[in-house]
Design a protein around this ligand. Sequence first.
Ligand SMILES: Nc1ncnc2c1ncn2[C@@H]1O[C@H](COP(=O)(O)OP(=O)(O)OP(=O)(O)O)[C@@H](O)[C@H]1O
Ligand SMILES: [Mg+2]
Length: 248
Amino acid sequence: MKSLKIKNLKKKFKDISAVNDINLEIKEGKIIGIIGRSGAGKSTLLRMINRLIDPSEGSIEFNDINITSLKGRSLRKWRSECAMIFQQFNLVERLDVLTNVLIGSLGRNYSLLNLIGIFSKEEKINALRNLDRFDLSEKALQKAGTLSGGQQQRVAIARALMQKPKILLADEPISSLDPKNAKRVMDDMMKINREDGITVICNLHSLDVAKKYCDRLIGLSDGKVVFDGTPDDLTAEISKELYDLDNE
Ligand SMILES: Nc1ncnc2c1ncn2[C@@H]1O[C@H](COP(=O)(O)OP(=O)(O)OP(=O)(O)O)[C@@H](O)[C@H]1O
Ligand SMILES: [Mg+2]
């Protein structure tokens, strides 16, 4: 069974232990919710998975390849296999929606100069098809900045699909959205999970949303795993411990 294995993972920022000895195995094809208070280490964990930051100690393996030591071309390949979306969509607002999606096929290092005429017809058709999956193809030629937040996040998901990821990492993808748009974004992430088998690992503030969409919840507190189970396993008492004990 293919999986992501996190072993004794630690990240220190000076004297702060943001992630403090995390061990997890995440099987392919699930929707995983990472929950916990502000500062618990959720974003740090996701950033280490896609190598935006490097761990202080420990390792992350994907299908038995140690991704924490990858360099150069193999690191670029890993980064395309695990796409990431953020709270603030990160689209290029003055470019049209289709071009934003096409940028997803370039990987992380592109310059805007590269954008002139470099996309093949095939890539454009693929980008339009990805937009169409989320009912956004009629927005293809509109500037990304003119779309609603929810639409922009769904464009960001379409863009992520261009890199044919095996994993989608989502760091608070719905935090700045109203409930209706949040639902559409979560539904679309569920769609790519169920239809394409993409593993989704998602940091979520809303416990209700996490319980509704996730197959498994991982609760962090002070950089440690303090809960790991199904939504049904999460008792009111544990939820309280995860969220209510301080006043944030
Ligand atoms: N680049 C950094 N430099 C110094 N400290 C950092 C850095 N990134 C994170 N931290 C610290 O590490 C701890 C964990 O932060 P992290 O952003 O992972 O938490 P989080 O669970 O994502 O919180 P939130 O819910 O507010 O997004 C916090 O104490 C934070 O201040
Ligand atoms: Mg965070």
